[in-house]
Design a protein around this ligand. Structure first.
Ligand code: AMP
Length: 146
């Protein structure tokens, strides 16, 4: 098996985010791969942004909601030793923007949770399912139980 070189962890800040992140980190360590993380903002209003806008983590936007989301992403980044330059915050539709970052950054493995904020109503969450069907690289869906 070829080693993975660049792993992208998709985080939605749900309760079980650490379970998914720990798995991604362990695989990255084992393969000596670069680890990046992505969060897609789809739950706060951003009237002036178009889908796919990359939000700077270092410039203060003055918007408390946005700054709170940045802080959550950066806290996970710090916890799992991901450099700020490998942390991605975008505005848009999660399943689309995660694929976009994966392709732009030449990722060879995307790690998602089997479920997220939308619960376990579906056998596989809709974001995870869509990524599994559209990604050009490998996808690992970490099985999460309620
Ligand atoms: P879902 O399909 O929404 O139940 O979520 C399944 C998984 O997709 C989550 O565990 C995350 O890994 C990923 N995901 C869902 N929403 C987002 C988001 N807004 N940003 C980044 N990753 C997400």
């Amino acid at each position: 098996m070829n080693d993975y070189k660049h792993i992208l962890l998709a985080v939605d800040f749900s309760k079980q985010v650490n379970t998914v992140a720990e798995k991604a980190k362990a695989i990255a360590n084992k393969h000596q791969a670069k680890l990046s993380i992505v969060h897609v903002l789809d739950n706060i209003p951003m009237p002036d942004a178009y889908y796919g806008t990359v939000i700077s983590l270092t410039e203060n936007s003055g918007d408390p909601l946005l700054e709170a989301e940045k802080a959550k992403l950066m806290a996970i980044g710090e916890q799992f030793s991901v450099e700020v330059s490998n942390q991605w915050l975008l505005w848009g539709i999660p399943k689309q923007e995660i694929i976009y970052v994966a392709e732009q950054q030449q990722v060879d493995l995307i790690v998602v949770g089997s479920h997220g904020r939308h619960g376990i109503a579906l056998l596989l969450g809709s974001t995870a399912n869509s990524i599994l069907h559209t990604a050009k690289c490998d996808v690992l869906a970490v099985r999460l139980k309620e």
